[in-house]
Write a protein that binds this ligand. Structure first.
Ligand SMILES: Cc1ncc(COP(=O)(O)O)c(C=O)c1O
Length: 384
């Protein structure tokens, strides 16, 4: 798999070799169960608590507000179902362009008649209207608001600080899925009125199958997974010390010289946008693309090609380039991406969108190669 160009970092980022080194001793040397009281157990317990401390410092919260989970999906489920059960919430505010870990959970609660849902309008770039949010909450105080920070498909960023202030005014509980922004955006939770955020290590150069949820002090929700008393009864099951340690180390690394890393990533995103605009006639982009309104890692591109993006993705893959299709259909019924449908994308955009997502390993030279390949493929695919 060497010499391939990987532009699918929003799906999963490559593991940082230093993170791997940090994790290694936990596989063979530091065995045992972190709940055991002997030395082996205590060593692991200590490693887990150190990781918790590291993460809490980055986010400006207390370690007791961080709980480890199996990843972003579990944490989304935990926050939403936990609030509904724990607080008897009967109204949820969200959008149709959240990750499926959120939309499917909310839809199920709605189907079961447990909650009613207000799906906020989203504009053609994925933005919400804060005036509408305020109106909805003024009529439904004490709702659960679940709105993501950075959209994983189109990169549009929501102003979670402003959303939090509105939630505070109407006593709403606020969950934000920060899976795509954590490690890429500065997130100071002492300044944001949010009750839950969540993260997934494999999106920031850590291991897959591990993540965490921040639960604001004083908030009490029931567990989703029952069993032992791990994670202070919020998440049963033996912890994974290797992954938890790796995750904390990976996050710490991301926030080291963040500004420099963000600048580099914006350079790649802007460079690719400029080259595509100049050299591929008719190209356009889904979602916001400017700094401040979008995340540096995601560029969702609509190509004026006749074929469905599956063909383009296949050809790019043959050329050694890994990207994701914006119109990924996972049911066989070609419905297109729920996010693109949610922003009212054109039929062309629904079938011809490709998501390029950048990581710290990518270079301008790689972008040059990808643009050249796209230009080579274009004549066979451009219909107008
Ligand atoms: C915004 C968002 N939320 C949740 C998830 C799910 O995270 P995980 O892969 O850890 O279950 C993802 C992963 O694609 C995501 O992008």
């Amino acid at each position: 798999m060497t010499n391939r160009i990987y532009l699918d970092n929003a799906a999963s980022s490559p593991m940082d070799p230093e993170v791997f080194e940090e994790m290694k001793p936990f596989f063979l040397e530091h065995f045992g169960n972190p709940s055991s009281i002997h030395q082996n157990g205590r060593f692991l317990r200590n490693a887990i608590e150190q990781a918790r401390r590291k993460i809490s410092q980055i986010l400006h919260v207390s370690p007791s507000e961080i709980y480890f989970t199996s990843g972003g999906t579990e944490a989304d489920n935990l926050a939403i179902t936990g609030v509904v059960k724990g607080y008897g919430i009967t109204h949820i505010v969200s959008t149709s362009i959240e990750h499926h870990a959120v939309t499917h959970t909310v839809e199920r609660l709605e189907r079961e008649g447990i909650v009613t849902v207000t799906w906020l309008d989203v504009d053609s770039k994925g933005n919400i209207d804060l005036v509408q949010l305020r109106n909805v909450l003024s009529q439904n105080p004490r709702s659960l608001v679940t709105l993501m920070h950075a959209n994983n498909e189109i990169g549009t960023l929501y102003d979670i600080k402003a959303i939090g202030e509105i939630c505070k005014e109407f006593d709403a509980l606020f969950h934000s899925d920060t899976v795509q922004s954590i490690g890429k955006e500065e997130i100071d939770l002492s300044q944001i009125h949010v009750h839950f955020i969540n993260a997934s290590a494999h999106k920031f150069y850590g291991p897959k199958g591990t993540g965490f949820i921040f639960v604001r002090k004083g908030i009490k929700i029931p567990a989703l997974i029952e069993g032992g008393s791990q994670e202070r009864n919020l998440r049963a099951g033996t912890e994974n010390p290797a992954s938890i340690t790796g995750m904390a180390f990976a996050l710490e690394k991301c926030y080291h010289n963040l500004e420099e890393k963000t600048r580099r990533m914006w350079d790649l995103k802007n460079y690719m946008m400029q080259r595509l605009q100049a050299e591929v006639p008719g190209v356009s982009f889904n979602g916001e693309t400017e700094r401040g309104k979008s995340i540096c890692t995601v560029l969702n591109t609509v190509f004026p090609f006749g074929e469905e993006d599956a063909m383009l993705l296949f050809n790019l893959d043959l050329a050694g380039i890994a990207v994701s299709g914006g119109s990924a259909c996972n049911s066989g019924a070609n419905m297109g991406s729920h996010v693109l449908r949610g922003i009212g994308a054109s039929k062309e955009a629904l079938i011809n969108s490709v998501r390029f997502s950048f990581g710290m390993e990518n270079t301008r030279e790689e972008i040059d190669y990808v643009v050249e390949k796209l230009k080579e493929l274009a004549p066979t695919q451009i219909v107008r």
